[in-house]
Ligand binder design. Structure first.
Ligand SMILES: *Cc1c(COP(=O)(O)O)cnc(C)c1O
Length: 367
């Protein structure tokens, strides 16, 4: 048994020596936070890199989600997916809205647009889908429903950094999209996040909200929060951006390796790729069908673990089964999401994952 544990991910750490000049500049400027030079530069470069018009940086993705809902005055009920990281639903709860879970579709495990209309009531004001694992949700179908009922759409795009569909950033869909730059995500500012919007006016509004609601020096227009990204983290983001294309290319190679090696194992499946989509290769989830594989998901998970391979069951348990949400009427009948949650293991995937380690993981899954 190998002694060095292989984790599900490993942060994209740019070379330390290259970070020092950024720190020197911050020290020279004596400007540590509040929309400093690094922050402004990162917003410009990210907008360009991602192919979006307006982006506001945040101290983390969860505060970005919470603020996105605030910015659109979302009230009442918000339709969302149970198959995500718990922050998606928490952000609705923190806005004193009721999350309404709609089951996912069986191909990519994104919210099922054919089930959204049945969940709409007179209290519904918004839909919060997730591009889970970076696979674009059906943005056209979702927008059609939103337009028909006058609903806002806020995408939790925490997994979708850099993802494009037919050459266009997926982050331009809906009213707002939210990114996370947490250390476990493909691109990070250690902790961090962003809201993408479509007008200068909305960006101002969001920027004010993340800075206590200040507009100018002495005027507070609305009850804002403090969700600002600091200069050191913005600098880290600027430097990391130089390495992101290389990181995605290396991830792609590993994913192709996994796909080729695991494609003909009875009882093991993975998600197909949508045509026309430029992926970021953020995750490699496999799904274990116990009957066909003759081993349960959890047994395989434990077996990997005993070989020091720390896959993760993203997303298990379902959000709708957690204590704060399990009594909701919409938490009850979500068979597709439930099945995905019971079958999934995300295999280790990060740019410098060694080929021999990938082989070792593959061999354990193959038996
Ligand atoms: C990581 C993640 C978040 C939360 O982002 P933080 O930056 O950690 O607050 C929200 N939604 C999803 C789907 C995530 O994966």
């Amino acid at each position: 048994m190998d002694n060095k544990p292989i984790t599900v991910t490993s942060p994209l750490l740019p070379p330390l020596a290259e970070f020092v000049p950024y720190l020197q500049k911050i020290w020279d400027n004596k400007w540590l936070t509040n929309n400093g030079e690094m922050h402004q530069d990162l917003e410009r470069r990210l907008a360009e890199y991602l192919g979006v018009e307006y982006i506001s940086l945040f101290s983390n993705g969860t505060l970005a989600l919470i603020t996105a809902l605030q910015a659109l005055n979302i009230t009442g009920e918000v339709i969302t997916t149970p198959y995500s990281f718990v922050a998606t639903t928490h952000s609705i709860f923190w806005n004193k809205c009721t999350p309404v879970f709609v089951d996912v579709e069986p191909k990519y495990y994104n919210i099922d647009p054919t089930k959204i209309e049945a969940a709409i009531t007179e209290k519904t004001t918004a839909i919060m889908p997730v591009h889970v694992y970076g696979n674009p949700a059906d943005t056209d179908a979702i927008q059609k429903i939103a337009d028909k009922y006058g609903l806002k759409v806020i995408y939790d795009a925490a997994h979708a950094f850099g993802v494009k569909k037919n050459g266009e950033s997926i982050l331009n869909a809906g009213d707002l999209s939210v990114l996370s730059f947490h250390a476990t995500k493909i691109y990070s500012t250690i902790e961090g996040g962003a809201v993408i919007c479509h007008s200068q006016e909305m960006k101002h509004h969001i920027d004010n909200l993340k800075n206590f609601g200040f507009r100018g020096e002495t005027v507070v227009e609305e009850p804002g929060i403090n969700a600002k990204l600091n200069e050191v983290q913005a600098a880290y983001g600027l430097l990391s951006l130089k390495y992101i294309d290389d990181a995605i290319a290396k991830r792609k190679q590993i994913v192709e390796h996994y796909r080729a090696a695991l494609k003909n194992i009875s009882g093991i499946s993975f998600l197909s790729e949508q045509s026309g989509v430029e992926y970021n290769y953020a995750y490699f989830p496999i799904f274990v069908d116990e009957a066909k594989y003759s081993m349960s998901r959890d047994t395989l998970y434990e077996k990997l673990k005993s070989n020091n391979i720390l896959g993760r069951r993203y997303f298990y348990p379902l959000i709708s089964t957690f204590e704060p949400y399990r009594e909701l009427p919409s938490a009850q009948n979500l068979p597709v999401a439930q099945k995905a949650a019971e079958q999934v293991i995300c295999l280790p995937l990060y740019p410098d994952l060694e080929k021999e380690d990938v082989e070792r993981i593959i061999n354990i899954v193959k038996r």
